[in-house]
Every structure is written in C-alpha cells, then in structure tokens.
Design a protein around this ligand. Structure first.
Ligand SMILES: [Zn+2]
Length: 408
C-alpha cells in the first residue's frame, strides 16, 4: 500500500492535503469515464466492511468511488489530476459521523452478545435511505448473529449498550503486528493476523474492522434494536443509533401523540385502548350484520308486494339503506318466481345511484345487455354484465329514472 490511511487511526480528520502519486484512465467496468487516482495519504475510507465509501471532493472535483483493489487504495474521479499535484481532500463528515454512530453501535451490541452468549456476528451492513436530492434520510445497521436470543435478553443487551454509551468509554483502533495480535483476544469474521486493524470499545469489545470509528462511546448517543427475527438458525437484528435513533424517536413520538388523541388515552396506554376499540368494533360489526339481515327480510317482503301490485315488466326499487350484497340478495331471491326484470337502486350519492338489475333465466324476449345500453344512453349509466344480471351506476334524478323504465 502506497497510501497512508489517516482514517485508520483518526477518523475525525475531514480535510487533508495529499499529493497525487499516480493518475491513470480507468478500465474498470462502469468507470470508463473516470481516472484512478492514488495519493500519498487519504481521509477517504473505501467501500468495505458492510458500508459504502466516504463521499467528498478533491478540491472541487467530486470523488465518484473509493475502492481498495489489489492492496492499493484507489479514488475514482472524472477529472485527470497529474501526478505530483497537491490536492485538498474533503469528506462529508456528517455522513461519516452517522455511519460511525451506527457501525460502532453494532460493535457494542455484538460485543455484549458475544460476552453473554458466545455468539458471533456473521453478517453486517449499513442500509441507507436517500432523499430525492441524494441527501441522507436515514441509516439502519442490519446484523446477523449465529445463535438464538430471546426478546427479553435482547432488551437487557440493549439497556447494557446504552449504559456503556453513558459511561463515555474510549473507542480507538490499533494496528497490531502478527505477533502482538496472537496475544489479543478479539472478534473476527476472518482468520487474519496480517494487516490486522482492531477497533476497541474499552471494556466492551475488541473486533477486527476496517471502517472508521468514533473516539468515545458517548458519541454513539443512543442505540435501539428496532427489529429482530430468527434467521438461518440465529437472529437478524436491525439497529438505529445516534442521530438516526433520535430522528426515529421523534417520528414515533409524533405518531404516538396522534394515536393518543384518536384513542383518547394516556401516554403508554395506546395498545390497551386499541385493543378495547377492536373488541367494540367486532361487536358493532356483528350488530351491523344482524341489522342488515333484518332490513333485507323487511325489504324482501316489500319488494314481493311491489312485484305483485305492478303490471310493468320492469320493477324499479329504490333502497337507499342497503349495500351491494343486500341488493344482489334481494334480486336473486325474487327473480326465481317472477317473470319481471328487477332493478334495485341503492347507495344514493347526490344524483347518483348504484344499481343491480336481474331477471329469471327463463324470461326470454328481454335482453339485459340491451337494457344496459339504453340506460347508458338515457340515464348517464356506467357498467354492464351478463344476460341475467347487470350492475353499475346511474347519474340521474329519480323522476327521470322512473319515467325511463315506464317507457320501456
Ligand atoms: Zn466494524
């Protein structure tokens, strides 16, 4: 490696004057328009260890990507910068800081899980959500451990992690030699001792890691396990830490306040109140079903009388208080014994009605499809159906509807 990686031991440096060592046109797929720039030192952490590379500029030239390839740290830039040129590197420090908060929170949680259960971290990445303008909306840390942990134990781990944050213990990275590394007990996904970098949260965790780290646990601010579920024999945990945990808390608090208002309940009693409301809703639904049944029975009697009394082949029946299922039931129950077309109009809304019309299948000579066409022409109707049943809506006043069917 030709480059001094400043972030390895000091992640708080966000500007650096570096000298360009080499600058070559890239032939990496997707980067054909870019130059690969290697500098004598850098504050740009490459993509790796479950997170994306730092974002920023060389002077006013944006850095498109940073990768460690074949032991060299390569910056991808759209402009050529000649070897020997001095450049001012600047990184987006607020983005790095939020990533460090979430990443170090993951170290802390994993360290505590490892100490209590002996489980290892077998997967980790930072999931970022961006706004339309490319700015960062939120970060979540997603991590897998290789053993099961109960909800109660996770709560305890989460509390211990937040106590560790409040203790303001130092966080730092060391680059031990292979010989030194053998004497240190640390967590690692890979069995490496060469070019080892260890991130230490004093008293809580020692872990092989390549990403920039905070200076102290207090900078993590807060950690919350927002989701967890069994995954491949172990657990997948989603964490929010630092500013992202605070933003999440504020959003949930606002949501909770609105819910409290809707449910007319005190803080911390929403679930209880929602449960009570749910029971009431089930009871009300049962009552509604029973009332609807009674209404249908009454309407059926009335409709039967209407059918008997009216000479016309078209029985037009207005029933504002029923729904589509009831309208269909009324028609199905009456067309069997009737030689007439029954049209039920329901769900009045201003001058619009929904309708269902049906007839006995033995009643030939009247086409319901044709009727639907005439209704479209004369009553602003929409909809259609089969020869036995049509449905849709009409937008027309009641007198005109009656006149139309009288004229058929
Ligand atoms: Zn790490």
């Amino acid at each position: 490696m030709k480059t001094l990686k400043i972030f390895d031991t000091d992640a708080s440096v966000f500007t650096n004057e570096a000298t360009v060592l080499t600058c070559e046109k890239s032939n990496k797929e997707g980067y054909e328009d870019c130059y690969e720039v290697i500098t004598d030192s850098t504050i740009f952490a490459p993509e790796g260890g479950g997170q994306k590379c730092d974002e920023g500029f060389f002077g006013d030239v944006p850095v498109k990507d940073v990768q460690e390839i074949d032991g060299e740290l390569i910056h991808f830039l759209e402009n050529e910068i000649k070897a020997g040129t001095k450049v001012l590197q600047k990184i987006d420090y607020s983005l790095r800081f939020r990533r460090m908060q979430n990443h170090n929170a993951e170290h802390l949680i994993c360290g505590l899980i490892h100490a209590k259960f002996g489980f290892d971290n077998v997967g980790f990445h930072l999931s970022e959500t961006r706004n339309d303008d490319g700015s960062l909306e939120s970060i979540e840390a997603i991590m897998d451990v290789d053993g099961p942990i109960s909800a109660e134990d996770l709560k305890e781990i989460e509390m211990k992690a937040n106590v560790a944050i409040s203790e303001n213990v130092p966080i730092y990275a060391i680059l031990p030699s292979a010989e030194e590394a053998e004497k240190i007990s640390y967590r690692s996904k890979l069995d490496i001792t060469e070019n080892l970098r260890l991130v230490i949260i004093d008293g809580y965790d020692v872990c092989a890691c390549c990403a920039p780290c905070l200076d102290s646990s207090a900078q993590i601010q807060l950690v919350k396990i927002v989701d967890f579920f069994p995954h491949r024999g172990g657990m997948r945990l989603t964490l929010r830490a630092g500013i992202d945990a605070v933003k999440d808390y504020i959003a949930l608090h606002d949501d909770n306040k609105n819910t409290m208002k809707i449910l007319s309940c005190e803080r911390g009693r929403c679930a209880e109140a929602a449960q009570r409301m749910n029971v009431k809703l089930i009871e009300t639904n049962e009552e509604t079903v029973s009332l609807k049944r009674q209404i249908t029975v009454m309407l059926e009697k009335e409709l039967k009388n209407t059918i008997r009394m009216q000479e016309s082949a078209y029985i037009v029946y207005f029933a504002d208080s029923i729904d589509e299922i009831q309208a269909r039931t009324l028609i199905n129950d009456n067309v069997k014994e009737s030689e007439k077309v029954i049209i039920v109009l329901f769900e009045k809304n201003n001058d619009a009605y929904r309708f269902v019309a049906g007839k006995n299948e033995n009643l030939t000579g009247i086409s319901l499809k044709e009727l639907a066409g005439k209704m479209r022409e004369n009553l602003n109707a929409r909809g259609g159906g089969s020869e036995q049943m049509i449905q849709g809506s009409v937008t027309c006043d009641i007198e005109k509807i009656k006149q139309f069917f009288d004229s058929l």
